[in-house]
Write a protein that binds this ligand. Sequence first.
Ligand SMILES: Nc1ncnc2c1ncn2[C@@H]1O[C@H](COP(=O)(O)OP(=O)(O)OP(=O)(O)O)[C@@H](O)[C@H]1O
Ligand SMILES: [Mg+2]
Length: 309
Amino acid sequence: MSSIVNVSGLGKTYEGGFTALHSVDLEIREGEILALLGPNGAGKTTLISTICGLTNATSGSVTVGGFDIREDWRAARRLIGLVPQEINLEPFEKVGNTVRFSRGLFGLPRDEALIDRVLKSLSLDDKKDERIRHLSGGMKRRVLIAKALVHEPRVLFLDEPTAGVDVELRRDMWELVDQLRADGVTIILTTHYIEEAEAIADRIGVINKGELLLIEDKAALMARLGKKQMVIELAEPVDAIPAGLMDFDLTRSDDGRGLTYTYEAGGKRTGITRLLAAVQGAGLVLADVETKQSSLEEIFVGLVHEGAA
Ligand SMILES: Nc1ncnc2c1ncn2[C@@H]1O[C@H](COP(=O)(O)OP(=O)(O)OP(=O)(O)O)[C@@H](O)[C@H]1O
Ligand SMILES: [Mg+2]
């Protein structure tokens, strides 16, 4: 798959001397959905706004569709849509005008049918003549998205599109992302909702303290770092882990009724068959068996803590 955004050695030190990005390298593939995860202050917004050319990098370079964001900023920006984290709309302006104006900024001809289509895809079709200040927070967020889409960008950056929005809008947003992906738009989103990244992303990047800790295919990441657990419930409690089971990575619950076995989710040999045979061999009777897989959330928390150590 060819790449559409190339970020090389990107660094940002703000006035005052704080370094929010340390030499980030990142290649974004055409048509993918990339989710960037990271705690507050990790540098997600800085990374996005530097890629989009809204913030000047201190070092490194960015190209979008082959155009350098500084040398060829007009061509590069034409390919980019950005939905910022902060709502920055003109309160007295009408929805339709706001969106129309955004398209005009790119020097594109008026296209009322396109504007209507975009508004409709965001369930804003009945709000075209409404003033921004009369909209709810979630509707304003939809207007931000409409503004970012109306020049038909090939790469869309969504900086926490679902922060503080209700369940319904979140679902709409995911549907819209799906629709855009089907149209071939590349999407980069930041989120604090790990289940969101788990649900919609192809690849996951984790940022902490201005560094990209990893970037990996979601499935591979979960297979590599995910742990599985099997919880064995015993018919009769045990005082200690029986000698015949010492070879296994087992923990005993406080009441002695549960034994938890942890193994690699991606591993070919899980050891489960051997363990169950050993349990039987030790004369224990099973009451129940349950398996659990770690979520992306656990992987993420583990990574960020490791990085902080
Ligand atoms: N204009 C600025 N001047 C100085 N420091 C800044 C500026 N903007 C951001 N920072 C600092 O850079 C760091 C990264 O901020 P950034 O907004 O990129 O984080 P983030 O990952 O988007 O966080 P959040 O999840 O809260 O949105 C923070 O420590 C922040 O205080
Ligand atoms: Mg941010």
